[in-house]
Write a protein that binds this ligand. Structure first.
Ligand code: N01
Length: 577
């Protein structure tokens, strides 16, 4: 049964709407005959919020669908102690709406999870978006109907929504990766994943807690939890490179200056590799152009500045093994300087991947936490976890008694959530089948055989390698550029060609292969999920280069995209028979 909600398209419902142009000269409307909405947006994180606003601004009807009961996406789910952004707050925010950036004031250089979640709520309220969203509803399927040209989106309450455009704003890190450890189901204490942290934060005071996993989530959790608990065991399989945030309050005069210069700041952000303005500690020279003393001086300045931008201190850190080693050795020296027990310090120094090969972590007090008497590093690479019992984790022969286990074991990144939805395009082709040997979307946004379906920050876009806000905004703009072109051409559907997808995939792979990023067993490559195809998913050329690529292709008469009519699918079908 199809339930028609408030906000239904005037075009969908109105009598006499048949094939042809809308009265306002808008999009050809054959597909509207049975549509509930012009567009469905899946997910009410930041991408979803931006999309909902943008569709409505253009006079289109839109239905948002969100599994949670609030907005914020990642920041709705990740309520674990210590959660913060690792891009500076003033840049980790929307630039598309001048009022939003003037009205909101960040309090810290790197905002806490709760503050970012409040920002999401502010955006939703300020732009009046909540009424457009069906909360507590999960999308289970999205099937393209070649006759009507509509996406039929199946929801977990048994209803369907039909819309001409379907936009997946499902986030890159939303499907948790849970380890398959023998006996885990027998554990009688509490088990948490940071990405599904209870909204009523659990009381950890006085408890014995184990954190499994030392990626960004584990590294943020450890110092925050260490302060509360009786005993904390950090079960580390691979050490990571951790750079200090050098966090602190944002002073009113700093904020005022940022607000005054926001338009230029946002513009500059798209012209950088990482999607935010570069500090002066970043050079565009290789490490070899400096003496050893100068290198050290520059790395020291970058360390003092704080943040993952440390990995751009020299322009070849992620491409040249020698430069990478210089920066990695510097961090090793810092770890030895902070961590008092030399044996623990040695275990915390990464040896299995280059700096930047895995996502660099930004912390506040991670290494310092190992100087606390109630924190123990357990090297589970040396002595693996055997099993979990009702009240302990067995590591080798040792039983570690714990009350709580935190599985900071990451995510089935970028494709996990998309593959969990039964997405079917033309001729019933499943997206997850198309991606079974490697996932790629043209410009990270569209796949052949899936007309009018968009994947915001999908595989083949800079996404997680950049400031997510910039990645999202650029992709949302790209969606509406394509829709404007569709309207301009009087066409009904847009999709990329197979040739364009393949050549884009080659470009993405070539760029990744020219870096050291492909040499680490990272989630960028899907290496963290058993059975997942090993393929570098993000576009590693940086935001500025991606923007240039997109603009160049669009300026060549939308190279790689085909615009057409739904009727042509029936003709192709007939020809194929
Ligand atoms: O996940 P991860 P995360 N047994 O995959 C270990 C973003 N983020 O949630 O390296 C034992 O990075 C695994 O070990 P190994 C950010 O983009 C941002 O921490 O595979 N251990 C690793 O140590 C980040 O990169 C912020 O050997 C197991 C850890 O678990 C991304 O989210 C904050 C295991 C997983 O690390 C993911 O970060 C938080 C097993 N079976 C997250 N399986 C910000 O600061 C996995 N591990 C904004």
């Amino acid at each position: 049964m199809v339930r028609r909600d408030a906000g239904q398209s005037a075009f969908a419902a109105g009598p006499g709407i048949h094939r042809g142009c809308r009265e306002d000269g808008g999009i050809v409307t054959s597909a509207y005959e049975t549509a509930d909405f012009d567009a469905v947006v899946v997910g009410a994180g930041f991408a979803g919020l931006h999309l909902l606003h943008s569709f409505r601004e253009r006079g289109m009807t839109v239905q948002g669908v969100e599994a949670g009961d609030g907005v914020g996406g990642t920041w709705y789910w990740n309520r674990y102690p210590g959660a913060r952004c690792d891009v500076e707050s003033v840049d980790y925010s929307f630039g598309f709406h001048p009022d939003l950036q003037q009205e909101w004031s960040w309090t810290e250089r790197y905002a806490t999870g709760p503050e970012i979640h409040r920002y999401a709520e502010f955006v939703a309220n300020r732009l009046n978006l909540r009424d457009l969203i069906r909360f507590r509803t999960r999308v289970e399927s999205a099937v393209f109907n070649e006759v009507s040209g509509l996406w039929v989106v199946g929801l977990d309450d048994g209803t369907e929504v039909r819309a001409r455009f379907c936009v997946m704003a499902t986030g890159c890190l939303s499907t948790t990766n849970l380890p398959d450890i023998e006996g885990i189901g027998d554990f009688t204490g509490d088990i948490y994943h940071p990405g599904r942290w209870p909204h009523e934060s659990p009381m950890l005071q006085g408890k014995r807690v184990a954190v499994i996993g030392t990626g960004s989530s584990g590294i943020q959790l450890v110092p925050a939890v260490a302060r509360e608990v009786a005993q904390l065991y950090v079960l580390q399989r691979s050490p990571n490179y951790v750079m200090p945030a050098q966090n602190g309050p944002l002073h009113p005069e700093q904020l005022a200056e940022v607000k005054r210069t926001y338009p230029e700041r946002r513009r500059m952000s798209r012209r950088t590799r990482r999607g935010f303005p570069l500090p002066t500690t970043v050079t565009n020279q290789p490490a070899s152009s400096f003496s050893a003393a100068e290198q050290h001086e520059r790395l020291e300045a970058a360390w003092a500045h704080g943040g993952a931008i440390f990995t751009s201190t020299f322009d070849d850190i992620t491409t040249n093994p020698d430069s990478n080693q210089v920066a990695a050795d510097f961090i090793a020296g810092k770890i030895r300087g902070i961590v008092k027990d030399p044996a623990v310090a040695t275990k915390l120094i990464p040896t299995d991947h280059p700096l930047g090969g895995k996502r660099p972590c930004v912390d506040t007090g991670y290494y310092e936490a190992f100087n606390r008497p109630n924190v123990e590093l357990v090297d589970i690479r040396e002595t693996p976890v055997q099993r979990i019992t009702s009240n302990a984790i067995q590591v080798g022969e040792r039983l570690i008694d714990v009350d709580v286990i935190i599985l900071a074991t990451g995510y089935d990144a970028i494709t996990g959530t998309l593959n969990a939805i039964d997405i079917r395009g033309r001729r019933g082709v499943k997206l997850r089948d198309e991606w079974c040997d490697g996932a790629m979307a043209y410009l990270g946004l569209m796949a052949p055989k899936f007309p009018n379906l968009f994947t915001i920050t999908g595989p083949g876009s800079p996404s997680v390698l950049c400031n997510m806000f910039v990645s999202i905004e650029q992709h949302v703009e790209l969606v509406f550029t394509l829709l404007a072109e569709l309207r301009q051409r009087g066409a009904e559907v847009v999709e990329p060609t197979q040739e364009a997808l393949e050549s884009w995939g080659e470009r993405v792979a070539d760029i990744a292969d020219s870096t050291l990023l492909v040499t680490a067993n990272s989630w960028y490559l899907g290496a963290n999920v058993p059975g997942k195809v090993r393929q570098f998913m993000p576009y590693a050329g940086g935001m500025a280069s991606f923007v240039d690529d997109c603009e160049a292709l669009l300026s060549m008469d939308f190279e790689g995209f085909t615009f057409g009519d739904v009727a042509s699918y029936s003709e192709q079908e007939a020809a194929a028979r």
